[in-house]
Ligand binder design. Structure first.
Ligand code: CU
Length: 135
């Protein structure tokens, strides 16, 4: 038999292993995406609309239909990480753009932490953005 069969079997296993191992690198990685603020300075106040774009860094194009699974707004940039502000998702106006309504209760630096799932990608995108509330 058998050295021929064994060699073929081994070759099949090896090529399968190569396929499996090389598959992830051919696809996009969650690190290829990032959120960007469309405006990093906002007027301090209640019900402020904070707008971010989700960008595919390879193409520079906006990415629609991501699901925001976590969001937090706090004053960590000004040494007040415990000072969080109410933030809720708001209706988006265009594909790839995500909007939030927030109470910027104090002038100064705010950190927007976002977690999101992207269609067709595994893992969770986690970004921290810094914005400034001006009086
Ligand atoms: Cu504060």
């Amino acid at each position: 038999m058998t050295s021929f069969t064994t060699t073929r079997a081994l070759a099949a296993v090896l090529s399968l292993a190569t396929l499996v191992l090389s598959a992830p690198s051919a696809r996009a990685d969650i690190k290829d995406y990032e959120f960007r603020l469309t405006q990093s300075e906002l007027k301090q106040g209640n019900g402020v609309i904070v707008t971010v774009q989700l960008i595919d860094r390879r193409s520079g194009k906006p990415v629609p239909d991501a699901v925001i699974i976590a969001k937090r707004l706090d004053m960590e940039p000004d040494g007040m990480a415990m000072m969080a502000a109410p933030i809720e998702t708001s209706a988006s106006t265009e594909p790839g753009t995500y909007r939030f309504k927030a109470d910027l209760t104090m002038a100064g630096g705010w950190r927007l932490s976002l977690g999101a799932k992207i269609q067709g990608e595994t893992g969770t995108l986690e970004n921290k953005l810094t914005l400034k509330a001006v009086p």
